[in-house]
Ligand binder design. Structure first.
Ligand code: ZN
Length: 97
C-alpha cells in the first residue's frame, strides 16, 4: 500500500467566513480535555478546536452565528473573547475589510 504524502496539507475552515486555508492562517480556539476554553498556541493543546481567520470580521461573524461556541460545545468566556478581539483588531491594521 502506498502512503499518501499529504501530510500538512489538511485544510482548516474558518467558522466565520467559511474560508479554507492552512492551519497557520487561522487562530485556533480549543477546548481542553478538562473543558477549559483556550486560545491555542504552541504547543497545541489538542482537544476540540475551532478556527477563525485572524481578523475582527470573522470573529464577529463566528460569534453572531454562534458557530464558535457550537463547534466547541461550550460558551466562550469573556476573557477569551477580549483576547480574541485584541488579537484580531491588532491584525486588522493594514487590511481593508
Ligand atoms: Zn474567516
Amino acid at each position: 500500500m502506498k502512503k499518501t504524502k499529504e501530510k500538512g496539507a489538511f485544510l482548516r475552515q474558518c467558522v466565520g467566513c467559511g474560508k479554507r486555508g492552512l492551519k497557520n492562517e487561522f487562530i485556533r480556539i480549543a477546548k481542553t480535555p478538562s473543558g477549559e476554553i483556550v486560545i491555542d498556541g504552541v504547543p497545541s493543546v489538542g482537544g476540540r478546536g475551532a478556527y477563525i481567520c485572524n481578523n475582527a470580521e470573522c470573529l464577529k461573524k463566528s460569534l453572531k452565528n454562534g458557530r464558535l461556541s457550537k463547534n466547541l460545545r461550550a460558551e466562550i468566556p469573556e476573557s477569551i473573547l477580549q483576547t480574541l478581539k485584541l488579537t484580531t483588531e491588532e491584525n486588522n491594521n493594514d487590511q481593508s475589510v
